[in-house]
Write a protein that binds this ligand. Structure first.
Ligand SMILES: [Zn+2]
Length: 326
C-alpha cells in the first residue's frame, strides 16, 4: 500500500532559500523590506522546531511502526529541541504524558507514604512501609523511564538506544517490585515459600535485564518476542499462585492476596501486551491513530490500570495479614 506523507518540507526550504539569497547578495540586507523577510525567515525557522514529519521522511533508525504515518519529530540532535517538543502535540505526546503523570503521582505517594499510601494500623511496621514503597518505587521507575524514553527518542540513534534500554529496565522493575511485594504478604506465614518464589522472580528479573541490555533485543523484528518475554515474566506469578491455591484453596487465596484484583491486573497487562505485539488498531487503518488511541498508547494506559489493580490487591493483602496474624 502506498501511503503519501501529509507534511512537506517547504517551510524549511523557503527559510533556507531566503538565507542563501542574502548570502549571495549582501546588498539585499540594506533593503528594509528584505530585513523584514529575513526576520520572517528566522521566525519561520523557529516554527520548524515544532514541524512534524511523515514516516517516509524520518531516518531509517527512527522507523518503528509503519502504521503510524505522520506526526514524527525528526532526529533533533538537540536536547533543547527535545525539551521544546514537550509543549506541542506530536505522535509521542500521549505516550510521554500517560506515564509521566502517573510517575509523578507515585513519587508523591512515596514521599508521603507515612501519611497517605498505607492505611495505618496500630500493628503497622517499618517493613510494611518498605514493602509498599518498594512497589511504588518500581512503578515510579517504570513510568518515569518510559516517559523519558518517549521524550528523548527523537534526539539521535545513540540516545534513542539508551532510552530504549531504560524503558525495558523500567518494565523489569515494575514486575519484580509488584511480585515480591505481594508475595511478601501472600506468604506471610510461609517464609520458606516466599524465599523460593522470591528467588525465582529475581532470577527472571536478572535474565530479562541482561536481555534488555542487548542491542539485538530492541530491533523491530523482535517486537513480538519482546512482548512474549515480558508476558512470560509476568505470568511466572502463576507458579506461586497455583501453589497458594493448592495449599489454601480459592477462598483463602482471595483473602490473602486480593486474588480477583490480581486476575484483573493480569487481564490489563496481557491485553496491553497483545495489542502492542499486534499493533492493533493502527494496523487496520494506517494513519488514523497517529496521534491518539494507537496500540502503544492503549498499552501505556493498561499498564497504569494494571499497576492500580496491583496496588489495591497489595493493600487488601496487607490488611488481611494485620487482621489475621497480629
Ligand atoms: Zn512505551
Amino acid at each position: 500500500m502506498s501511503i503519501k506523507p501529509e507534511f512537506t518540507s517547504t517551510q524549511y526550504t523557503s527559510t533556507n532559500a531566503i538565507k542563501m539569497r542574502v548570502r549571495n547578495d549582501p546588498s539585499l540586507l540594506q533593503n528594509k523590506t528584505n530585513k523584514i523577510s529575513i526576520k520572517g525567515a528566522e521566525d519561520s525557522e523557529d516554527k520548524t522546531h515544532s514541524k512534524l514529519y511523515s514516516f517516509h521522511e524520518i531516518p531509517e533508525w527512527q522507523k518503528d511502526n509503519e502504521y503510524i504515518i505522520k506526526g514524527y519529530v525528526k532526529e533533533t540532535n538537540s536536547f533543547k529541541r527535545i525539551f521544546q517538543s514537550l509543549f506541542f502535540l506530536h505522535n509521542e505526546t500521549v505516550n510521554i504524558y500517560t506515564h509521566f503523570l502517573p510517575g509523578i503521582l507515585c513519587f508523591a505517594l512515596i514521599s508521603s507514604v507515612l501519611e497517605f499510601s498505607l492505611f495505618k494500623k496500630y500493628t503497622t511496621t517499618l517493613t510494611d512501609y518498605l514493602m509498599v514503597n518498594f512497589f511504588f518505587a518500581g512503578a515510579f521507575t517504570c513510568f518515569m523511564m518510559s516517559a523519558t524514553f518517549h521524550c528523548i527518542k527523537a534526539h539521535s540513534e545513540k540516545v534513542s538506544i539508551f532510552g530504549n534500554k531504560l524503558d525495558y529496565l523500567g518494565i523489569v522493575a515494575l514486575i519484580v517490585s509488584s511480585l515480591i511485594s505481594l508475595m511478601f504478604y501472600g506468604f506471610y506465614d510461609d517464609f520458606k515459600a516466599f524465599l523460593v518464589f522470591g528467588t525465582i522472580t529475581t532470577a527472571f528479573g536478572v535474565t530479562c535485564t541482561i536481555l534488555s541490555l542487548k542491542d539485538r533485543f530492541r530491533k523491530r523484528e523482535w517486537r513480538v518476542k519482546r512482548a512474549i518475554m515480558f508476558v512470560i515474566f509476568g505470568l511466572s506469578a502463576v507458579i506461586p499462585l497455583f501453589y497458594g491455591l493448592a495449599k489454601h484453596g480459592y477462598k483463602e487465596t482471595c483473602n490473602k492476596i486480593g486474588f480477583n484484583w490480581v486476575l484483573l491486573e493480569g487481564v490489563f497487562y496481557i491485553t496491553g501486551a497483545v495489542l502492542y505485539g499486534l499493533r492493533y488498531p493502527e494496523k487496520t487503518c494506517p494513519g488514523k491513530y497517529d496521534f491518539f488511541l494507537n496500540s502503544h498508547q492503549i498499552f501505556h494506559c493498561l499498564v497504569v490500570a494494571g499497576a492500580t489493580s496491583h496496588y489495591i490487591a497489595l493493600i487488601n493483602s496487607y490488611e488481611y495479614v494485620h487482621k489475621t496474624f497480629f
